[in-house]
Design a binder for this molecule. Structure first.
Ligand SMILES: Cc1cc2nc3c(=O)[nH]c(=O)nc-3n(C[C@H](O)[C@H](O)[C@H](O)COP(=O)(O)OP(=O)(O)OC[C@H]3O[C@@H](n4cnc5c(N)ncnc54)[C@H](O)[C@@H]3O)c2cc1C
Length: 458
């Protein structure tokens, strides 16, 4: 009998496992995939490792949001590389580039050189990024509020230009998501020198050294409720595991579908969760470059034709830190939002078996991404050795993420009570965690895991 069983070994599940086992709880993590980590896992092609859902993280320096918790989790001592302080994110609109400098004051001063008439708007913007009134930000529409304080449409697009790490949707996005998705990165931005598996391994080593256990290839297919509590998790391979508490890092609607018979989960609650919309997914082209040809760049480049940042278009180009200390890059990722509807023709297919037309669709999309990236890296196509691609279908099938969503359930400023979920469910010993509840990304998921574990330990 375990104290806590955690379903899913994404960042949310692994942070919960660490915090709980540190407090003496006997923890078991069950992961359906062969490899742990969810969106943090890496995959191998030839001799190279590629990341899936990790490009950069914000707020790791002392006094910043992730510093203390990453230290406690043993993640701070991983090889983090700070991005260029005078331009960690660079926004290219047409052929003009704008730089985000690190630190709120530097951020204002740097952009005020490009927008001298709008310095007051910039100051209001960074004050907003330091706002702590969570309740007000949850129910305030980001686009409406921002367009009120930033009247220049070009400046608004530039300020929103690094937001491919969230879904910029005019009619729903809460200010809370916008602020938490931007502020920590302006405080300081970091890339991991190595792949996401470094984080996954460190988290697993820590909690297993405290007596925790993890089992992969263990898809939970049922959570059995009896006398008002979940009593056991039944895996597809027939194994069953009992615990006092169950935490699910899987999507909430997937989690509820595991409780097949329940006295406590009302139909109306299930329907409400099933009807929540998910954010869009992502198309990623991961390029292996020929050695010694393209210099490494220590920042992210975001590319737009014009003012379309809030139309869910745009491209992010990110570079992996060369682990051998070379001045040249071997890997570049190009990301652009993609709705799973674009993959509708292959909905009923499974990974590696989607057929020739799907491969052609992905190759065409990758060519388009490379052509856009050439605006900033002219001649890029000549330096490419291999291209690997993923679509929302990839995330749907590997992580069981409905709609292959990149950031989980869509939050709506007009309905915060419905779209921001509590870790609690109507079954007292079944808790939720992960990016679908409150905030996504490494920062959001770590914070959410702290809320979840607080339900069990002090
Ligand atoms: C393309 C992309 C790029 C991103 N880049 C960044 C970035 O640069 N910086 C950043 O901060 N964030 C980034 N993110 C977001 C970040 O990766 C995620 O918010 C975070 O990793 C999600 O963690 P999670 O624990 O909520 O969920 P997940 O990582 O999805 O984990 C859920 C786990 O549950 C498992 N599971 C599901 N059902 C079951 C079951 N029945 N039984 C057992 N196991 C089950 C899944 O297999 C999976 O391992 C990116 C995301 C994407 C998609």
């Amino acid at each position: 009998m375990y104290d806590v069983i955690i379903i899913g070994s994404g960042l949310g599940g692994l942070v919960c496992a660490n915090l709980l086992s540190k407090k003496g709880q006997k923890v078991l993590v069950l992961e359906r995939q062969h490899q742990p980590g969810g969106c943090l896992q890496s995959y191998r092609r030839g001799s190279m490792m590629y990341d899936t859902g990790l490009h950069y993280v914000g707020g790791l320096a002392e006094g910043q949001p992730l510093h203390d918790i990453f230290k406690e989790l043993g993640l701070l001592s991983l090889p983090w590389q700070r991005l260029d302080t005078d331009g960690f994110d660079r926004i290219m609109v047409g052929d003009r580039e704008y730089r985000f400098a690190e630190g709120f004051e530097n951020f204002v001063e740097a952009l005020a050189k490009d927008f001298p008439e709008d310095k007051e708007s910039l100051q209001q913007y960074v004050s907003l990024l330091q706002c702590t009134d969570e309740e007000w930000m949850q129910k305030t529409n980001a686009y409406d509020y921002l367009s009120g304080i930033v009247r220049n449409p070009l400046l608004l697009s530039v300020l929103s230009g690094a937001c491919l790490k969230m879904e910029l949707k005019r009619d729903t996005l809460p200010l809370f998501t916008f602020v938490h998705g931007n502020a920590p990165f302006i405080q300081s931005s970091w890339r991991l020198k190595g792949d996401g598996n470094l984080m996954v391994r460190r988290l697993i080593d820590n909690f297993t050294s405290q007596g925790g256990e993890i089992v992969c290839d263990a898809e939970v297919e049922e959570l059995v409720e009896k006398d008002g509590m979940i009593r056991k998790a039944v895996c597809k391979n027939g194994q069953t595991y009992e615990a006092r508490y169950f935490i699910s890092d899987a999507h909430p609607s997937v989690t509820l579908s595991l409780v097949k018979e329940s006295q406590l989960l009302k139909k109306v609650y299930r329907r409400r969760i099933d009807n929540l919309e998910n954010t869009n997914g992502m198309f990623t082209a991961q390029l292996l470059l020929k050695p010694g040809e393209v210099p490494y760049f220590n920042y992210n480049e975001f590319l737009y034709d014009g003012l379309e940042a809030w139309d869910g278009r745009g491209y992010m180009v990110s570079c992996r830190v060369p682990e051998d200390g070379s001045a040249y890059a071997r890997q570049i990722d190009i990301l652009t939002p993609m709705n799973i509807c674009e993959c509708a023709a292959w909905t009923d297919t499974r990974c590696m078996r989607r057929g020739e037309e799907y491969l052609q669709f992905k190759a065409q999309k990758a060519r388009q991404c490379i052509a856009v990236a050439e605006r900033f890296l002219p001649g890029l196509h000549e330096h490419i050795q291999e291209v690997h691609t993923s679509t929302p279908l990839t995330y749907r099938d590997y992580n069981l993420t409905p709609d292959g969503s990149a950031y989980g359930i869509r939050k709506d400023a007009a309905a915060p009570l419905l779209t921001v979920l509590s870790p609690r469910t109507s079954i007292p010993n079944l808790l939720l965690t992960g990016q679908n509840l409150m905030l996504h990304g490494l920062h959001g998921v770590t914070m959410t895991a702290m809320y979840t574990t607080k339900e069990i330990i002090d």
